[in-house]
Design a protein around this ligand. Sequence first.
Ligand code: PBG
Length: 327
Amino acid sequence: MMIRRPRRNRKSAVIRELVEETTLSVRDLIFPIFLIEGDNQAVAIDSMPGMYRYSPDRLLDEIGACAELGIRTFDVFPSLPESKKDRRATEGTNPEGLYLSTLRKIKEHYPDVCVMTDVAMDPYSSDGHDGLVQDGKILNDETLEILGNMAVAQAEAGADILGPSDMMDGRVGYMRQQLDAAGFTDVSIMSYTAKYASAFYNPFRDALDSAPKFGDKKTYQMNPANRREALLEAELDFEEGADMLMVKPALFYLDIIRDLSEAFPIPIAAYNVSGEYAMTKAAAAQGWLDGERIMLESLLSIKRAGAKIILTYFAKEYAQGVKEGRW
Ligand code: PBG
């Protein structure tokens, strides 16, 4: 005789939902969106079907449409022409430049929308790196000053959450200090804490034209082989004042998400990156996988691992389905 029959808890949809341990909501999601110069432009990104680079006017429309679907937080990434890039990523602090002027417009049009920004040199750097390059080397401490200035400029433009995605040592503490000194004690930092040197970022680099011009990012992004090192990175970011810790990529790093969520009492975010999105879309386009079900299972798994927040290119598609009552 079997006393324990786990299948009893799966016998109907109502019971299955009653005992469901993890739930997903549009509130958990942050939608990354891409910005380009120009007017009335929506340029498709080939390796990310369904994703576009928008000129400022169209970006505002897109944010409005997504806000209608209940998406409340957007992470904005700029794509700049080569002519605007230099060694020191100067354009990153230009208040009249594409990025900062658009951030101000977003806050003007949609004061309730939460705007997250990318604090990193690579969109503006002629070297395509996240740090200042000299003789083929990345200068850590000199980069901090550039990132600190960028952080304050973005805060001035109205950013709610800053996302340092560079992986330089000490940048969270440095940024926090600069922000506080400038009076921006309320501006949050979501640190890219465990950002791995991953092969899953290529579609994003296509979208931004931001691939490194030489070498790779292995001297600053983490080795995919390492798990305990993520705890060290998290401890530093926590001590330096990060408000939220992010793991990136998400699906291949669920163990890291779990480790950080158990060890730190602040919210954990995960970045479901461009390659994860591209992979799903490609298989779905072939008819080999059910793209919608893969999306739902991916997002749920990331939450189940311990992330409260998910940055995902699926945000709009997911929110659309919720609105239509499809899941
Ligand atoms: C770089 C940055 C990258 C992503 C976000 N910020 C790429 C990189 O490190 O080269 C990747 C996001 C994605 O792949 O979706 N500052």
